[in-house]
Write a protein that binds this ligand. Sequence first.
Ligand SMILES: [Zn+2]
Length: 101
Amino acid sequence: MGAAKEMMLQREGMTGVAEEVAIAADLGERCEMHKDVFMGEFPDEELLVEAYKIANARITKGEIELPSMMSRRDFTDLIKEVVEQAPVFCPECERLFGKDD
Ligand SMILES: [Zn+2]
């Protein structure tokens, strides 16, 4: 397997962990009905900095274990990415309940 592909898989594997850090920093939340759906508003710079601090503290304490090809910087970039790409409303709920109002 190529390095780029391996790196991509490692990032995907850390997405849930990045979301947990974002939630701890108040950058988003999970849908009550769809626990795997992460939602958030476009991130505030100060909250992102807070999320990076939480991430670094958890890595230092060993609560988060980074995969072999991922640096702390890669992980904080991933946090920013998951928050920026998060939907404001749960897409699953929108699909279930419609938007016909
Ligand atoms: Zn939902």
